[in-house]
Design a protein around this ligand. Sequence first.
Ligand code: 7TS
Length: 400
Amino acid sequence: MQNRKKDFPILNKQSLVYLDTAASSLTPNAVIDKLNEYYNEYPVNVHRGVYKLSYRATEAYQDARQTIADFISASFEEVIFTRGASSALNLVALSYGEKVLKSGDEVIVSELEHHSHVLPWQQLAKRKGAKLIYVPLSKAGRITVDAFKQVLTDRTKIVALTYVSNVMGYETPIKEITRLAHQKNAIVSVDAAQAAPHRAIDVNDLDCDFLAFSAHKMFGPTGVGVLYGKKRLLDIMDPLEFGGDMNDNVDKFDGDWKDTPYKFETGTPPIAEAIGFAEAVRYIKKIGFKAIIAHENTLRQKAVDALSNIKGVTIYNPTAETGIINFNLDDVHPHDVVSFFDEDHIALRAGHHCAQLLIKWLNVPATLRASFYVYNDEADIDTFIDSVKRARTFFSDIGF
Ligand code: 7TS
């Protein structure tokens, strides 16, 4: 892959090896320019004003929705803009789940989930007297079809699983899981926050019922994400928020709502952010997933091979199929290691990565996570490995 560093202004301003893409990706010039274009040329509200600038903003906002719908092979009215993946996943639980879940029903989740795909279902299950059922993870920490079959029952109403784990980088066999879930008339909510930046997604092919992702993990701005839902499900769901723009008629004691997606988008939407998100999607399409996947695999394999040769380093996911390495320096707290990396201008995350269930499953207090994207190159991996070696020596020398 051609070196992409020049596309990212932050990488041209300072010495930085950025290995925290799984938290947020860096933003390319194309997206920053698009945001500037909105604020410089048509910085007004959508849907409301009957004047030229407002038409332009409305058109750009609508185009953004269509671009993102095309990106996942959905239709326009099936794409709802949200604050991010977290609010999208909450919307599924609080609106769809609230409507259908009854006492005794079962919701299948996993210990690989980000908190935003467990806590909403936990809360709802408690309120409704429903049961959370965990897919037993394989020895490596994966969700497998066989394990899923063990927990799928006639009582399963909802299956809420991550497509790609933000800590282990594993890909869930979500298409087969969806097929099996549908045989039991369960619906499937897919957390694609870590998948959408790294895998081509076709919601028709997956046949999932809901799917959520965030712009900021795929070159886009913060503050915007998407909930995809099958139209027939969105049609029966109630809005969670009420106010401007989502309503049709308002009377003194009642009102009614627009059709999806608008009934879920109360008030002024994230206009600039949605327009920037669409530009991020165009940036991804220009590079292509084939090149993205190949590049990430090359970097991950190089780093895994080198880390495996350093004594006192444990890798928890050596077989991951996406660009994430979850690891620790034995007996050293990851927060101490990450400060060492920071001194070397290497940015990566230490902690539970908003996936405490997995950290508990691994039986460690926390981990280090290095994650890669198109702006990383082999020199970054060399710098990273050199820093790990020096950190290992440093902490061993002082008794760890
Ligand atoms: N699901 C997964 C798999 C994620 O990785 C994240 C964010 C979310 C949901 C929530 O997305 P948000 O945009 O609403 O925050 N993950 C991370 C992370 O691993 N470190 O920082 C954010």
